[in-house]
Design a protein around this ligand. Structure first.
Ligand SMILES: NC(=O)c1ccc[n+]([C@@H]2O[C@H](COP(=O)([O-])OP(=O)(O)OC[C@H]3O[C@@H](n4cnc5c(N)ncnc54)[C@H](OP(=O)(O)O)[C@@H]3O)[C@@H](O)[C@H]2O)c1
Length: 253
């Protein structure tokens, strides 16, 4: 069978790769042999991750991209194909959130969540899928969240957008399976990044959160990577439309 997890010769795009979970996913893909294209809006962050990958002997291309601007999505795809000639793996990881109750949430906050977390994923995946169809294979992995299933106070715009992303994952999987493209989701639970810092930065709040996680701790970004590498690999060739929860058992209750 060979090493079914080997990604040598593959090219991957990771959105939101400048920090947090996306950074660690990009590093993991590179360590598995893939050439990695790193996108976010912050040049210094994607440059730093690209340098880290190159120092370890991998190939990386940072492409500054605002995912909510369509022309920049086209540039990201063109730059990837220009540098590496193909796209085998797309990890839609970047996301926006606002911690605000429904009575106070601004309309543009709702729009920013949906534009980044749903619309940009559809538009970028469609651009990438057109390349993957020519290759007759490809893997798309969307990062959702347990918040797509559980209603958390103050997280409605984010949770609703991620619930839509979960369904978009199934729709893309259904339409594109006959074309050779697998589309799945990885849904982390609470993970220690800047994104969730306003919540875990208080030790008392962290203690309360850990009480409802069966594994008894918040995830580290490294906890999420294995599921992404599995779905990106040939070990997952017959899996599509699914979600893997990386949540320390949170979804059991
Ligand atoms: N942390 C958690 O507790 C947790 C739990 C469940 C699921 N998740 C999911 O995991 C994923 C990663 O989260 P994280 O915690 O690693 O977040 P993070 O540390 O805030 O990183 C988010 C990344 O997305 C990028 N980004 C945001 N808007 C963008 C845009 N319009 N265009 C391009 N890039 C953009 C950010 O870069 P710039 O701002 O520089 O553009 C950054 O690199 C998200 O999908 C999130 O929903 C996180």
């Amino acid at each position: 069978m060979g090493n079914v997890f080997d990604l040598s010769g593959k090219t991957a795009i990771v959105t939101g790769a400048g920090r947090g979970i996306g950074r660690v996913i990009a590093m993991g893909l590179a360590e598995s042999g893939a050439d990695v294209v790193l996108c976010s809006r912050t040049q210094a962050q994607v440059d730093a991750v690209a340098d880290e990958i190159r120092k370890k002997g991998g190939k990386a291309l940072p492409v500054v991209t605002d995912l909510t601007v369509h022309e920049q999505l086209e540039n990201l795809v063109d730059a990837t194909v220009g540098e590496f000639g193909r796209i085998d793996i797309l990890v839609n990881n970047a996301a926006r959130s606002f911690l605000r109750g429904l009575l106070d949430l601004r309309e543009d906050g709702w729009d920013k969540c949906f534009n980044t977390n749903v619309k940009a994923v559809w538009l970028l995946s469609r651009l990438v899928a057109r390349r993957m169809i020519e290759q007759k294979e490809g893997k798309i992995i969307n990062i959702t969240t347990v918040g797509a299933e559980k209603a958390e106070a103050g997280m409605a715009a984010y949770g609703c957008s991620k619930a839509a992303l979960k369904h978009l994952t199934r729709c893309m999987a259904r339409e594109w399976a006959p074309l050779g493209i697998n589309v799945n989701a990885v849904a982390p639970g609470f993970t220690r990044t800047d994104f969730s810092k306003p919540i875990w930065s208080s030790p008392d709040v962290e203690k309360l959160i850990c009480q409802v996680i069966p594994k008894g701790r918040i995830a580290e970004p490294e906890d999420v990577v294995g599921a992404v590498l599995f779905l990106a690999s040939s070990a997952a060739d017959y899996i599509t439309g699914d979600t893997i929860y990386v949540d320390g058992g949170t979804m059991t209750s």
